[in-house]
Design a binder for this molecule. Structure first.
Ligand code: HEC
Length: 384
């Protein structure tokens, strides 16, 4: 009898869980909006936060290789904007990290040479500053910078190659504005460096961080190889002409990253989660256990909401962070180079101000607009 009741209770609970788990969003061709952009725009209009979470979940499904998450198999910017300005290899070309990296990786417990190795060279944020690790991080990591990388989808990449703008020569030769296809996606990911500290790694796993294999190059040319924990993910696509701006981060980031105040304080997000994101976070965190410690901070369409930032990627300038307004200044001029979005502070106070409203078209005389894609700044001149 006792057993029978238990089974009834269990199956009722299972039934409830099932009834609640009614997400019918189809991930199979989400990068091309399942061939139906009109429908995707409808969903965007109904709840942009729900659609953002569905995209985030789809991007975090296993890729066809069965080892990496979908977004990890996108093309990283360092394989697009090559140091010598050469034409990059086609999308999907297998990439082998430097030999020094694979050699070190072969000796590290649990590393799989078939899985992605993320090149985490970047530490300097848009404002020229870094975000420091602190708080609950091991002493060896304290004060060291959070690392990040940029990745792009096939449509984005193919357009950059077709337009020849993967190097400066191509951007300098532009005679009109760029206009990426509507199936373009881009990602910016923030990471805590773990290295080979298994105890620290276990702690971060417990706090719901996704762990990946990574490396970066030291100033002396040698490589660090180890594990890294995903703190942040910007996800954008061009479903609408002004792009859709979404950003996610781990709810525990304040435990591991600090402000540059003296004394430093836990780094927090001052722009969200937005009121609209809060209930959607609860719903999706319940559905997807592997993502349950990540939250959507918000989804920005044009200037709504006015400010949006990730505590890990726009750390110190969150109060002036508008994805749409700042990326809207992405432009290049033959005479003046890239458009400078850092404007002088008002009344000559010398502070730096970033745009939070669209910069008027009249300011872009002589520039070609780069369709919000600031990563193009990473392009190099072609060297023979
Ligand atoms: C003040 C300007 C500014 C703000 C605000 C800003 N970005 Fe960026 N963003 C940049 C620059 C510059 C780069 C190129 C960085 C690099 O090369 O390391 C970039 C890179 C990116 C990339 C990589 C692809 C690309 O277009 O270059 C994504 C994705 C991105 N940002 C999304 C966002 C989102 C989402 C927000 C808001 C939550 C945001 N950005 C806020 C300036 C900004």
């Amino acid at each position: 009898m006792r057993r029978a009741i238990t089974i009834t209770v269990l199956s009722t609970l299972a039934g409830l869980a099932q009834a609640d788990n009614t997400n019918t969003f189809n991930c199979s061709n989400f990068l091309t909006f399942n061939g139906n952009q009109a429908q995707a725009r409808d969903l965007l209009g109904t709840s942009k936060e729900t659609l953002s979470w569905n995209w985030f979940n789809c991007l975090n499904q296993l890729a066809p290789n069965g080892l990496d998450r979908v977004w990890e198999t996108m093309k990283p910017s360092d394989q697009v904007y090559l140091a010598d300005g050469a034409k990059p290899t086609p999308y999907g070309t297998p990439f082998t990290p430097p030999e020094d990296v694979t050699k070190q990786a072969a000796k590290i417990a649990g590393m799989n040479l078939k899985r992605a190795f993320h090149n985490l060279n970047a530490t300097q944020q848009v404002d020229g500053l870094t975000l420091e690790m602190g708080g609950a991080v091991p002493a060896s990591q304290r004060g060291k910078p959070v690392r990040f990388q940029l990745l792009m989808s096939e449509s984005t990449f193919d357009y950059i190659v077709d337009q020849g703008v993967y190097n400066m020569n191509g951007q300098d030769a532009l005679t009109s504005d760029l206009n990426f296809p509507s199936t373009s996606w881009e990602v910016k990911a923030g990471w805590l460096w773990i290295g080979e500290d298994a105890t620290y790694q276990a702690q971060l796993e417990k706090d719901g961080y996704y762990i990946a294999q990574a490396y970066y190059q030291n100033k002396d040319g040698t490589y660090e190889v180890g594990y890294a924990a995903l703190t942040a993910l910007h996800v954008i696509n061009k479903l609408v002409t002004g792009w859709v701006w979404t950003t996610f981060e781990n709810v525990n980031n304040h435990l591991y990253t600090v402000t540059n105040d003296i004394p430093s304080q836990p780094m927090t997000n001052s722009t969200g989660p937005t009121p609209a994101a809060v209930p959607v976070n609860t719903q999706f965190q319940g559905w997807y256990g592997n993502l349950s410690r990540y939250e959507l901070i918000g989804t920005q369409l044009e200037t709504s909401p006015k400010l949006l930032a990730n505590s890990q990627l726009e750390s110190a300038f969150q109060t002036q962070s508008s994805c749409f307004a700042c990326h809207g200044t992405a432009a290049y001029s033959k005479n003046d180079g890239y458009f400078n979005f850092a404007q002088g502070g008002d009344a000559g106070q010398g502070g730096i101000v970033y745009p939070t409203e669209p910069v008027p078209a009249s300011e872009f005389k002589g520039y070609n607009k780069l369709d919000y894609v600031w990563s193009l700044k990473r392009a190099q001149w072609q060297r023979p």
